[in-house]
Design a binder for this molecule. Structure first.
Ligand SMILES: C[S@@+](CC[C@H](N)C(=O)[O-])C[C@H]1O[C@@H](n2cnc3c(N)ncnc32)[C@H](O)[C@@H]1O
Length: 237
């Protein structure tokens, strides 16, 4: 087992829990009278593919995922059964109108043209099908307090930018959907979650890992604020 991928997988698992209520909301917008085909773009280790398969149990007849990274796809295929294709979300290897449900989750920040990805997602969505960006963080609106945590969060932002991430897409999702021709899109921001100590400790350890800082000690007497606004958008084609 590759420990780097295993670690990514655990992170993706944690993130999938944050978006569960939104997935449930989306399922209500999918056709009920027939099984649906679905595609995740940027599927990583297959966490979301698994979630949707379980949560929307028995209602899916074809599951596909694409990712640029062969290693995460191999990991995903070892765990679950789906059509896993190594491909670029900006050039999907599927014909027009192939799937009833097309989505991505924490993907766009890693692509240099989110607009091209959404254009491709729209192209392969069937007429009447659902196209959704389930989660896109916006670090431009990040809130981290007190000052010690602000500095750490800023270091993380710079480290992610050095890795090529575009961190301010979140608030533009509605505009992006409209720019590719979705007139009826709905977009919004997830509610701020509870910042309990476990969550904070997990997020801080992720920040430390991302920016290579040695340590950060959580002071039990300090009230921390940490919030990365995370956006969603969806539209029926
Ligand atoms: C943060 S991970 C999220 C994985 C998965 N969606 C999840 O939430 O569990 C982003 C994934 O997108 C993939 N990716 C980045 N750019 C891509 C592109 N242009 N086309 C397809 N996949 C891409 C990365 O390889 C990575 O596996």
């Amino acid at each position: 087992m590759n420990p780097v991928i295993e670690k990514k997988h655990l992170r993706y698992l944690a993130q999938s829990a944050w978006t569960k209520p939104f997935r449930k909301f989306l399922y209500k917008r999918l056709p009920k009278d027939k099984p649906v085909s679905m595609l995740e773009v940027g599927c990583g280790t297959g966490v979301l593919v698994d979630c949707v398969k379980d949560e929307f149990r028995g209602k899916i007849n074809l599951i596909a995922g694409v990712d640029l990274d062969r290693c995460v796809l191999d990991y995903a295929k070892d765990k679950t059964c789906f059509i896993a294709v190594q491909a670029d979300g900006m050039k999907l290897p599927f014909s027009n109108e192939s799937f009833e449900f097309v989505f991505c989750h924490y993907l766009l920040l890693w692509t240099y043209s989110p607009e091209r990805v959404i254009t491709e997602m729209k192209r392969v969505t069937k007429t009447g099908g659902l196209c959704a960006v389930m989660a896109e963080p916006d670090y431009g609106e990040l809130e981290a307090k007190p000052e010690s945590l602000t500095r750490l969060a800023q270091e993380q932002v710079m480290a992610l930018e050095r890795q090529g991430a575009k961190l301010n897409n979140g608030h533009c999702l509605g505009e992006l959907f409209r720019s590719v021709g979705f007139q009826n899109c709905q977009a919004g921001c997830y509610q701020r979650g509870l910042v309990n100590r476990d969550f904070l400790a997990q997020e801080i350890s992720q920040m430390i890992e991302d920016c290579g800082i040695q340590s950060f000690k959580i002071d039990e007497k300090v009230d921390y604020i940490y919030h990365v606004p995370t956006y969603y958008a969806y539209a029926v084609k």
